[in-house]
Design a protein around this ligand. Structure first.
Ligand code: C5P
Length: 403
């Protein structure tokens, strides 16, 4: 098969490195060629000779290797590829890439490139959860690096949780989509809400919820990476705006609705935000004072506007595809079906939030559309985002081909 695209695969030092010859094979099946760098630690988990055999090319291991450098310099190695893929991306490689280190061939290639970078992390669950790795992940995402996985499951070290490298066929699919279908949403405008809303009672107190914004931000990033113009209307979160996304920051539901209406027209509207259903009926300009339990101020609530239902209503500016989310703690499918009808939207993405979904990094969803339901098992929110973005792109292409 002729290979129309090529990736530079950087193999880090983790047990998952043994899966990389299979990744190379899966890429070749999709017409994608590979050059490989293996770190010193990586070479203990997978034989460079095995990777050389499956790629048909010399495998690069050392920064200061005169012979290898004479044949293909490290700068050329990272420039000649269409995409750089780090798999497994260890905590150490992520830290080096986030900080701009260049003290071995892998980190130097990552710093010397102007090509897109994808990482498939694999590490012990505690390393993945460590604040240092969280910081590095946020930095890399802000730098435009996209992530595949990690998956959740039993790990080589015997622990259970997120940290397993995504399977080779899943990584290969994500690479192929990135290389071949990356402009599937070019020319489309996607409007998306994310995060919580914050409804003030007085200058220091408010009503809100535990939404982190992670799923909505990951979806905004995934849609932008498919070429869409993305307007993200966000409640307060600690997240950086994904590259290529235009963000409007809001606090209350009423501000969120106004910002969404101002951003229309849009081809797609995705309501991921956890909008507070109620707000304090009155917002006090001065801090309410404690005057004893007997005189506790009554908390009167007013209903917030329903942004999803408002933008789903028939009208000149109704987006062609309107997608709502439904966070449920029980009877997920029944509630999702009811919500689809009640809100007037086209799809509902339902998830069970009875566990640690809110604020966490993984999610499992049920996609409910007029043509049926589809379950996406528990995976990283970034992976769920990629899957949803691909379905949105496929739906638009089928229903409303670009002229
Ligand atoms: O009714 P419920 O809050 O469960 O509906 C969830 C869906 O509706 C989400 O897509 C959410 O973003 C949207 N929603 C909204 N405005 C509201 C309440 C919910 O857009 N006031």
């Amino acid at each position: 098969m002729t290979q129309s695209h090529s990736v530079l695969l950087i193999v880090g030092g983790g047990i998952a490195a043994y899966k990389t010859p299979e990744l190379v094979r899966q890429l070749a099946k999709r017409g994608i060629g590979c050059r490989v760098i293996v770190t010193e630690a990586g070479s203990h988990f997978v034989a460079p000779l095995a990777l050389a055999s499956v790629t048909g090319h010399e495998v690069h291991t050392k920064l200061l290797d005169l012979t290898a450098e004479a044949r293909m310099g490290h700068i050329e190695l990272s420039r000649s590829a269409d995409l750089i893929v780090v798999a497994p991306a260890t905590a150490d490689l992520m830290a080096k890439a986030a900080s701009g280190f260049a003290n071995d061939l892998a980190s130097t290639a990552l710093l010397a490139t102007d090509k897109p970078v994808m990482m498939a992390p694999a590490m012990n669950v505690r390393m993945w959860d460590h604040p240092a790795t969280r910081r590095n992940l946020a930095t890399l995402m802000a730098d435009g690096v996209t992530f595949i996985g990690p998956d959740e499951g039993e790990m080589a070290c015997g622990e259970f949780g997120p940290g397993r490298m995504a399977e080779p066929d899943v990584i290969a699919d994500a690479i192929a989509t990135r290389l071949t279908g990356s402009r599937a949403l070019a020319g489309r405008h996607v409007l998306i809400t994310a995060g919580p809303t914050v409804e003030p009672l007085d200058p220091v107190r408010f009503l809100s919820n535990r939404s982190s914004g992670k799923q909505g931000y990951a979806l905004a990033a995934a849609l932008a990476s498919l070429g869409a113009r993305v307007t993200l209307v966000s409640g307060p979160t600690g997240l950086a705006c994904p590259p290529g996304v235009e963000r409007t920051n809001v606090e209350t539901a009423r501000q969120m609705l106004a910002a969404c209406q101002a951003a229309l027209p849009a081809d797609v509207f995705v309501a991921v935000a956890a909008v507070a259903d109620w707000r304090p009926a009155e917002t006090h300009t001065r801090k309410l004072k404690l005057k004893g339990a007997a005189s506790m101020p009554p908390l009167k609530l007013a209903e917030n506007p329903d942004i999803l239902a408002t933008l789903s209503a028939p009208g000149m500016h109704r987006p062609g595809l309107v997608v709502g989310f439904a966070a449920e703690t029980n009877d997920v499918e029944a509630h999702a079906q009811a919500k689809l009808a009640a809100k007037g939207c086209d799809w509902i993405v339902a998830n069970d939030v009875s566990g640690d979904v809110m604020g966490g990094d993984s999610n499992a969803i049920l996609l409910v559309t007029a043509s049926g339901t589809e379950t996406l098992p528990r995976q990283a929110k970034t992976v769920i985002a990629g899957e949803l973005a691909a379905r949105i792109a496929a739906h638009l292409t089928a229903r409303h081909p670009q002229t």
